[in-house]
Each structure stands twice: as structure tokens, then as C-alpha cells.
Design a protein around this ligand. Structure first.
Ligand SMILES: Nc1ncnc2c1ncn2[C@@H]1O[C@H](COP(=O)(O)OP(=O)(O)O)[C@@H](O)[C@H]1O
Ligand SMILES: [Mg+2]
Length: 337
């Protein structure tokens, strides 16, 4: 792969004697937006700190733009870092917050002014340049933190859960903002999130991590439509995941007969793939919530809780009512592990 930009080569990361990431190998392509996705504690931040040069690997190598940077200090790697808490300087204006790194570099006043103004324009904050962080909204502060990193013209920008402090509406705005900035600057972006929807919406490729190991790597479409493991399927919205034993579908709660030949040891259905209103199984509606085009039912069944999305025009069952349902072969996703 000639266009690889950041390579992690058999990278082992540890805190004291505890290994957080054992032997991670990953190539990140120049100009791509890659998302590290996974539950809390799976090693996302640890990996970011290693790329940034803030954590010395216990073993393995890191190369950026063809150069081995394993032993290169953080400030010589051309890597920008934006954390969840953006750590803006409260006593400085937006302009001076963005200019700060350039001043440290002893750039000329002309360069500082030009780059800072361009950076503020990129994130849509030109009009608020004189405000202090406290006079900006959460989203504006987030954009300011981004501008501060962008003006340093990093070749790689690392973003560690940068949107998790924002409310839902702003998060959506910032997603498209980030994508736009990434296309505009061509910077290679590594974006960390524990939010599946965010990773799928933003990234060119998603790295799903589990306990320091890559569980699955692919495009959002790959991961969403073809999760390889029960863990990946669970992360990609398959709420109903069951084991197959003989001709039965089995959960920790119980078992039901399966109506077709399984062909795999684990079967999964998305809530939208569960058919409600007819079928061989029965479940009591224990929760029902309005979700626009459908209702989200939780059915208490012999398999335990089943999540089922029912189109609004067919969602007539009352809370407490028992309904028939099916886990159809047409909507099943088979899993090997
Ligand atoms: N400073 C630290 N000292 C010791 N262990 C740590 C430290 N930071 C993280 N860990 C451990 O390393 C693992 C990975 O953590 P982290 O990379 O922060 O996960 P994530 O960012 O995916 O939530 C976890 O088990 C965590 O407890
Ligand atoms: Mg983290």
C-alpha cells in the first residue's frame, strides 16, 4: 500500500506491567478519516497517545509518512491532538487560543495573523475572534479547539471523543463540519468514539476494537451489513443474538424451536428484522416507545427480551398485551463466533 500514512506495526502498549494493547497492526491511508470504535477501556485512547508520542510503546513500531517515529518526541511528529476536554485557555481570546501554538513556534506576526484568521474562518468563528472561551457555546468551543490544532498544519489529526461533550443536535452539526474540514484540508484524521452511529456516519473506515485487539476493520457499510462476530453484530445494532443448539434457538433465558436450518452457531436479528403480529413465538409487550416511523417494542419471550421495531401503522398492541412474533430466515444474520 503506497499511500499509507500512519502505520502501527505490532504495537504493544502497556501501563506498568499491564498490557492494554497487545500487538496492534494497522495501516492508515493518507487523507482518510478512520474511526477507532469500541467500548470504554478497549484501548482507543491508549492507541491515540502512542501515535501522538505521549506513550512509549512496550514493543513494536510506529511510522508516519514513511519515517519511523517510534522514538521521535511528540512535538516532532507533525501530529495534532484534540481531546474530549478541549483545554482552551480561559483568559485568552478565541484568536489568541488559536494563535498560541504558532507563537510558541516563533512564527512571524504576519504568518500568525494569516493562519489564525484562516483557521477561524475554516471553523466558522471569524466573527467571534475576540471572545473568550467562556463567551462561546459548547459547539463553538469545540470548533475553536479544532482550529487551534488545524493551524499547526499537522499531517495527522487525532480526535479523542471530541464530540461527546456536545448535545445531540450539535453533535450532528459537528460531524458534517469535521467531514468538510477533512476534505478541505486533506489531513489524515483518526477519530475515536464509543458511539457506533457516529463512527459509521463519519468514517471512511472503522476499526472496531475489543480489549486492545482489532475485532473487525472495514468500511461503515462492511461493518454494518456484514459484522463478523457476535461482538461486532452487537455493536452494529443487532439486538437479538442467540446461540443455536441442535434445532433450537437458545439464550440464557431459555430456548425455542428454530423453524429453519441454521447453518451457523449464532444467529442475529436487528429489531427491524423481527416480524410482529404473526409467527410461532409469543411475547408480552413490556415496553413500547414511539420512534417516528415505527414503535420500538420490547417483548418478554421464552428467549428473554426481544427488541422489535414495528411500523407505526401496524403497532397497535398495548403494553402488557401478548403478541405473536417470528424471527424469520429472511432477516437473519448468521455468525460464526
Ligand atoms: N494511566 C493508566 N494507568 C493504568 N492503566 C490505564 C491507564 N490508562 C488506561 N489504562 C487502562 O488501559 C486500558 C485501555 O484504556 P483506554 O485506552 O483509556 O480505553 P478507551 O479509550 O478505549 O476507553 C483500560 O483497561 C484502562 O483501565
Ligand atoms: Mg478513551
Amino acid at each position: 500500500m503506497s499511500d499509507r500514512h500512519v502505520s502501527l506495526i505490532d504495537l504493544t502498549l502497556a501501563y506498568g506491567g499491564t498490557i492494554a494493547v497487545p500487538g496492534l497492526t494497522l495501516d492508515i491511508v493518507k487523507g482518510e478519516l478512520i474511526a477507532l470504535l469500541g467500548p470504554s477501556g478497549c484501548g482507543k485512547t491508549t492507541t491515540m497517545r502512542a501515535i501522538a508520542g505521549l506513550l512509549k510503546p512496550a514493543a513494536g513500531r510506529i511510522s508516519i509518512a514513511g519515517r519511523d517515529v517510534t522514538h521521535v518526541p511528540a512535538n516532532k511528529r507533525g501530529v495534532g491532538l484534540v481531546f474530549q476536554s478541549y483545554a482552551l485557555f480561559p483568559h485568552l481570546s478565541a484568536f489568541e487560543n488559536v494563535a498560541f501554538g504558532l507563537r510558541l513556534r516563533h512564527s512571524s506576526e504576519t504568518v500568525i495573523r494569516a493562519r489564525t484568521e484562516a483557521g477561524l474562518a475554516t471553523v466558522g468563528l471569524s466573527a467571534l475572534a475576540t471572545r473568550r472561551p467562556a463567551e462561546l457555546s459548547g459547539g463553538q468551543q469545540q470548533r475553536l479547539a479544532l482550529a487551534r490544532s488545524l493551524v499547526m498544519e499537522p499531517s495527522v489529526l487525532l480526535l479523542d471523543e471530541p464530540l461527546s461533550n456536545l448535545d445531540a443536535r450539535l453533535r450532528l452539526d459537528m460531524r458534517s463540519e469535521l467531514q468538510r474540514m477533512q476534505r478541505q484540508t486533506g489531513v489524515t484524521m483518526v477519530f475515536v468514539t464509543h458511539d457506533q452511529a457516529e463512527a459509521l456516519a463519519l468514517a471512511d473506515r472503522v476499526v472496531l476494537m475489543r480489549a486492545g485487539v482489532i475485532e473487525q476493520l472495514g468500511t461503515p457499510a462492511d461493518l454494518y451489513s456484514r459484522p463478523a462476530t457476535a461482538f461486532a453484530a452487537g455493536f452494529m445494532g443487532f439486538e437479538n443474538i442467540f446461540r443455536v443448539e441442535g434445532t433450537s434457538l437458545v439464550s440464557d433465558a431459555g430456548a425455542v424451536p428454530l423453524g429453519f436450518a441454521a447453518g451457523a452457531p449464532i444467529l442475529a436479528w436487528r429489531p427491524g428484522g423481527v416480524a410482529v403480529g404473526a409467527g410461532p413465538y409469543a411475547g408480552q409487550v413490556v415496553a413500547s416507545s414511539f420512534a417516528g416511523s415505527h414503535r420500538e417494542y420490547v417483548l418478554e419471550s421464552p428467549l428473554g427480551r426481544i427488541k422489535a421495531d414495528v411500523p407505526i401503522e401496524r403497532a397497535g398492541a398495548a403494553l402488557g398485551e401478548t403478541v405473536a412474533f417470528d424471527l424469520p430466515q429472511e432477516t437473519v444474520w448468521p455468525l460464526m463466533t
